[in-house]
Design a protein around this ligand. Structure first.
Ligand SMILES: *Cc1c(COP(=O)(O)O)cnc(C)c1O
Length: 441
């Protein structure tokens, strides 16, 4: 028997070599052992959902693209049988189960999964500020927030954030629509069009020739001694986490509407692109509350930026960074290009996530092209990081061992696979054409 210690050392070496890798979590536990011990509960997710519902009339008023859904920011669950076929053909494997794309690439307002966590945290802050003013109670209609008196208070405040792009878009766009000021500290990966779009919306953009952790640190420091600046701390935010977690309720309803039940004979597999861990972690936390051991969550990271996987393998020690393992953080998946994981998220999901895998950039583009060809869905490179998941589980010996160990071999025919597509609807066409060309070469 190889000891866990030795095993981890080998895993770390493997991950440090920047080649694609699947890691099955040897610390996965029963959900009912884990959840009661965590500092956040189902109540907290319900509280977040209730806040989003209270805000819905105002959201609907502020953002035209949310009107159809009455101000609820949610994406579609899209059946993807053609993608399944295309993946089977491309990788010469026989994939089982029903395939879906969870379409967060097309979430209203911000065009990425950040429209969940980011906007939720801005709303939470705005609500607190309005209540504090004495001009508003949470039982009032939320449109009152647009009144001049409250707006004249809001305009004194700034919501600031460090971002590789998408978080900045969600925070900046929502803050400025609410009448707050937005300020985004952008790392060097951030795409020019994302900066341009923010500036057009009146958001202040500060650019750094450094990476994401540096941008976050700079933003955090700039906000620290300013009572009129609220800093959204992506590496350490319970509110972002809860905003993401709400998606689990929504997904449950969508599965119900399709008549799909999840149980031990119909296991649910969810594949989530991962940066600092907030989005996939929050979603996993929510899903575990609803589907327990019948949901299997896998996170996916670029081979050059496996911050969360290295966090898992080293128990999320302080100041852990991928650079210390000789990795360079270079990837076209700008949404996942982070050097350090969120330790808060690590502590929440280290016993809930089933495994992680890393993906080469070429495969991100290959899937991006395949998704367009098979289902006419437009996404950014970060959004396809999870697509290798079903192939790993059904055809990689390590994944197949997981299926066997979980006693799922007999139910894989009935399995449900959700590829969480996390961003892309706002990409300018000329950029997207280049992505397609790379994916088709
Ligand atoms: C931010 C982001 C993620 C991952 O979210 P984290 O909270 O950083 O783990 C995934 N995909 C896209 C497109 C993103 O922008």
């Amino acid at each position: 028997m190889v000891s866990k210690q030795n095993n981890r050392k080998w895993e770390i070496e493997k991950v440090s070599s920047a080649s694609p890798h699947l890691w099955i979590n040897d610390s996965l536990k029963n959900f009912d052992e884990v959840l009661p011990k965590l500092p956040l509960s189902l109540n907290d997710i319900e509280d977040a959902e209730a806040r989003l519902i209270r805000f819905a009339p105002l959201i609907s008023n502020l953002f035209e693209d949310t009107r159809e859904m009455n101000g609820i920011i949610e994406s579609q669950l899209i059946p993807a049988p053609n993608l399944k076929r295309s993946m089977s053909n491309n990788f010469d494997v026989d994939l089982k189960g029903r395939f879906f794309v969870k379409g967060d690439h097309d979430l209203p307002v911000a065009g990425s999964v950040k429209a969940r966590g980011g906007i939720y945290e801005v709303l939470h802050f705005a609500e607190g500020l309005a209540v504090e003013s004495g001009l508003f109670k949470t039982s009032d209609p939320y449109l009152i927030i647009k009144d001049d008196e409250i707006q004249s208070i809001f305009e004194q405040y700034t919501v600031s954030v460090g971002s590789t792009g998408n978080l900045g878009l969600s925070i900046g766009i929502s803050a400025s629509a609410l009448g707050l000021n937005g300020c985004v500290h952008m790392s060097s990966e951030a795409k020019d069009w994302k900066k341009r779009l923010l500036r057009e919306k009146g958001v202040k953009v500060i650019e750094y020739e450094d990476d994401y952790s540096f941008a976050v640190k700079s933003g955090r420091e700039a906000a620290a001694d300013d009572p009129f600046t609220y800093f959204v701390d992506d590496e350490n935010s319970r509110l972002l986490f809860l905003g993401y977690a709400v998606s689990a309720f929504r997904l449950k309803n969508q599965l119900n509407q399709l008549g799909i039940t999840v149980d031990s004979n119909h296991p649910l597999f969810v594949y989530l692109p991962c940066g600092v861990g907030g989005a996939p972690g929050g979603i996993t936390f929510g899903l575990k509350h609803i589907f327990g051991n019948n949901v299997h969550c896998f996170f996916a990271e670029p081979v050059n930026a496996p911050a969360f996987l290295l966090g898992m393998l080293t128990n999320f020690e302080e100041d852990i960074s991928i650079y210390d393992f000789g990795l360079n953080n270079i990837t076209e998946a700008d949404g996942l290009s982070v050097s350090s994981p969120s330790r808060l998220v690590g502590s929440m999901v280290k016993n809930l996530v089933s495994g992680l895998f890393t993906v080469a950039d070429d495969d991100l583009f290959r899937f991006l092209y395949m998704l367009k060809e098979s289902e006419a869905i437009k996404v950014e490179p970060s959004a396809t990081a999870g697509f290798m998941g079903p192939i790993h589980l059904q055809h990689n010996p390590l994944g197949m061992d997981y299926i066997k160990e979980m006693k799922l071999a007999g139910s894989i025919e009935n399995s449900i696979h959700i590829l969480w597509s996390t961003g892309g609807s706002l990409i300018p066409d000329d950029e997207y054409v280049k992505f397609l060309e790379r994916g088709n070469s």
